[in-house]
Design a binder for this molecule. Structure first.
Ligand code: DQA
Length: 148
């Protein structure tokens, strides 16, 4: 079973950007972690990152077309991208799990981060757990697929 782990804008800057909020580890480390966790869970994980909204949307279409589950950190798109929300809902409507992940806890930060346009269309949301949140999301995907 394949899982697309999709990361939105500025997440290529992990390790450099705001380390007090996002930690000191980079995207390459997160990628390796997710691949290892995937192996342990019997999932074929592909980790992707783009700063481009259209690209992130097209990866949702790709997930639908190839029947992949999705772990999505929409980053700032979380807060305003109805285009991405419309793409994400197609994933769950296709019967595929879509777990929303945030490294930080957006609710404890600036007011504009309190709203997610993705949460209403996600299967579930994990926040505030650092990179470990991706592991929790992959476990949730494995559980959901087993019980589908
Ligand atoms: C984030 C939280 C968002 O508010 C922010 O725009 C990000 C990262 C997180 O992982 O905590 O870029 O999604």
């Amino acid at each position: 079973q394949t899982v697309l782990v999709v990361n939105g804008p500025n997440l290529g800057r992990l390790g450099v950007r705001d380390p007090d909020v996002y930690g000191r580890q980079d995207l390459a480390t997160l990628t390796r972690d997710c691949e290892d966790w995937g192996k342990q869970l019997g999932l074929d994980v592909q980790v992707l990152q783009s700063d481009d909204e259209g690209q992130v949307i097209r990866w949702m279409h790709q997930a639908v077309d190839q029947g992949s589950a999705v772990v999505l950190n929409p980053a700032a798109f979380t807060h305003y991208s109805y285009g991405l929300a419309d793409a994400a809902v197609q994933v769950t409507q296709a019967g595929l799990p879509l777990m929303e992940v945030h490294i930080s806890n957006p609710s404890s930060r600036e007011a504009f981060r309190r709203r997610s346009v993705i949460s209403p269309v996600a299967t579930g949301t994990i926040t505030g757990m650092g990179f470990y949140g991706y592991r929790l999301a992959l476990e949730a995907v494995a559980h959901l697929l087993e019980n589908a």
